[in-house]
Design a protein around this ligand. Structure first.
Ligand code: F6R
Length: 242
C-alpha cells in the first residue's frame, strides 16, 4: 500500500483528480468506481474544471458507484444518484447510460439488483480504478464492521455511527435511511487499482488502524493492506495518528 500525505483537503482533492485524470489519459474507456459523501466533493469539482479546460473527456468512461440508499427515489436530493448528477455527471460529457448505481426501489427486487450489478461490472471488464472514502468506523462502501464481511453487492443495515455521521445531510437523524445497497468487499478488492481518500481529524483513528493495524472485519478498510495496488491519499489531519 502506498501512502501519500498532503497538506490539506484542497491538495488532496487536486491530487485525487490528477490520479483519475492520469488513469483516463492511459485509458479513455476507463471503468471507474466512484464514491459519494463529503470527501470526494472537491475532487469532482476539480474533474469538472479539467473537463472544461479540455484536459479530460469522460465520453467513453463507464462508472459504477459503491453504494446507494435502499428504496430511495432517484429524484430525492438525498439519494446518491442525485448527488452524482449534481456534483459530477451533469457537468461533464459522460454518457448517462454508462453511469451505474445500485439503486433499488422495491424490497422484492433487492436480489435481482445486486446480482445484476455484479454482472454489469463483470461485463464492463471489471473496475480499473476504484475511488473510496473512509467511514469513521473504518467502513469502505457501506461494508460495516462486524463478525463477517460480505463478498458481493448486497443489502446492508447501516451501523449507528454511519447513520449518525450521515445525519448531517438530513434535517434529523430519524430521516437517514437505515439500509443501503453496497458493493461487497470482494467487489471492491477486485478493482485493479484503488484510491482511498481521507481528510480531517475525525478520520485519523480509522486511518491509523487501516494502515498499521491487523487485518480484521472489525475495520473493513484494513483489508486494503492485502490489495496489490492500493494508494491511500490523506491530508495531515487524517495522518495525525500515524
Ligand atoms: C460513500 C461511501 C462511504 C463514504 C464514507 C465517508 O459512497 O461509500 O463509504 O465514503 O462514509 O464519507 P464522508 O466522505 O462523507 O466522510
Amino acid at each position: 500500500m502506498l501512502t501519500i500525505v498532503v497538506k490539506d483537503y484542497r491538495e488532496l482533492s487536486e491530487k485525487a483528480a490528477a490520479v483519475v485524470a492520469g488513469a483516463l489519459k492511459g485509458n479513455p474507456a476507463l471503468v471507474l468506481g466512484l464514491a459519494t459523501g463529503s470527501t470526494p466533493e472537491s475532487m469532482y469539482a476539480r474533474l469538472v474544471d479539467l473537463y472544461r479546460q479540455n484536459t479530460v473527456s469522460f465520453a467513453r468512461v463507464r462508472t459504477f458507484n459503491l453504494d446507494e440508499y435502499a428504496y430511495i427515489p432517484a429524484g430525492n436530493p438525498q439519494s446518491y444518484t442525485y448527488y452524482m448528477k449534481k456534483n459530477f455527471f451533469d457537468h461533464v460529457d459522460i454518457n448517462p447510460a454508462y453511469t451505474h448505481l445500485p439503486a433499488c426501489g422495491r424490497k422484492e427486487d433487492v436480489k435481482k439488483t445486486c446480482s445484476a450489478y455484479e454482472s454489469e461490472i463483470e461485463s464492463a471488464g471489471g473496475i480499473d480504478l476504484q475511488v473510496l472514502g473512509l467511514g469513521v468506523n473504518g467502513h469502505i462502501g457501506f461494508n460495516e464492521p462486524g463478525p463477517h464481511l460480505q463478498v458481493k453487492t448486497h443489502l446492508v443495515t447501516l451501523a449507528e455511527e454511519t447513520v449518525e455521521a450521515n445525519s448531517r445531510f438530513f434535517d434529523s437523524p430519524g430521516q437517514v435511511p437505515r439500509q443501503a445497497i453496497t458493493m461487497g468487499m470482494g467487489t471492491i478488492m477486485q478493482a485493479k487499482k484503488i484510491l482511498l481518500l481521507a481528510s480531517g481529524r475525525a478520520k485519523a483513528g480509522a486511518v491509523e488502524k487501516a494502515l498499521n493495524g491487523r487485518v480484521t472485519t472489525a475495520l473493513p478498510a484494513s483489508f486494503l493492506q492485502l490489495h496489490r495496488d492500493a494508494t491511500v491519499l490523506i491530508d495531515e489531519e487524517a495522518a495525525n495518528l500515524l
